[in-house]
Each structure stands twice: as C-alpha cells, then as structure tokens.
Write a protein that binds this ligand. Structure first.
Ligand code: CU
Length: 157
C-alpha cells in the first residue's frame, strides 16, 4: 500500500517538471534559430549574361541535422540549388532538392560541387558589388548573408 500511495503523490510533480523543461526549449527534431552560421560567402560572376554561382560554408552548431532547401535575393530573380558533376572529363550540373548540414558539422557550397545558380539579375551586377542572399532551411529557418561578388577567375572569397 505504501509504494502505491507514494507513486500517486510524485506523478503530478514529475509532470509539472516535464512541462517546465519542455516549454522554453525548441523541439528536438528542429534546429533552433542561431545554431546555423554562414561563412566564407562569395559569388563568382561570369561575363556575357552567363549565370553566376554563389558559394559558402554552412556551419551547424546544433544537435539536429539541418537542411538547406532554397534561397532568394532581391538582386536575382531565380536562385537554384545545383550540384556540379564531372563525368568522362566533361562537367555538367543537376538541380537538387536540398543539402543536408549534419548536426555539429558543416556543408559547403563550393566550386565543383553544390552551388546556388543565380539568374535573372534585377540590375547590373559586377565584381566588387555585394549581393544579399537569404538561405532557407527546413523548419522555417532563414538566414541572410552578404555575398561579395568576385570576378570569373576568382577561386574564393
Ligand atoms: Cu549550376
């Protein structure tokens, strides 16, 4: 009789504690805002109305995986997530639906790999300019960063 009596009195306290600890925290499956960071952002500009490409390293300081699912910018009408492929000596690229950034890890948009393809410039854009791009992640997280525009022969920011 005694153990049962004790269990009854403890349960409401445990439930109250559980409610308190989960109330202020983000759901475990979604990265909290502020855990994602954009480093080394830059754009390779190409002449003759060729599409530009945006690169950056996305760092995930959180304990949940994040997923880049898209981007937008006031300076370009169309931003597409692409991956470059090298097959039989010729390079091509394909559209991808997302890029996973592992928990406590990072993923790179870099020449020869994943990149954002930028088309439909909304005004004349040239090396030396800075373009603002907002990266959109699953779970509704958005992060804006300044992307300096570099010339065609640049290899980094
Ligand atoms: Cu591309």
């Amino acid at each position: 009789m005694k153990p049962a009596h004790r269990r009854v009195s403890v349960m409401p306290i445990l439930l109250a504690l559980a409610a308190l600890t989960t109330a202020g925290a983000a759901p475990a499956a979604a990265p909290a805002k502020g855990v994602l960071q954009i480093k080394g952002a830059w754009i390779r500009w190409l002449p003759a109305d060729l599409p530009a490409a945006a690169y950056a390293v996305i760092v995930n300081h959180g304990d949940a995986n994040a997923r880049l699912i898209g981007a937008d910018s006031p300076d370009y009408g169309m931003l597409m997530l692409h991956r470059s492929l090298l097959a039989q000596g010729s390079s091509s690229m394909e559209a991808v639906s997302g890029l996973e950034i592992p928990a406590q890890g990072e993923a790179a948009l870099a020449p020869g790999g994943y990149h954002l393809m930028l088309t439909e410039p909304q005004h004349a854009i040239k090396p030396g300019d800075t373009v603002k791009i907002t990266l959109h992640f699953a779970d509704g997280i958005a992060l804006q960063a300044d992307f300096p525009v570099r010339p065609a022969n640049a290899s980094g920011p």
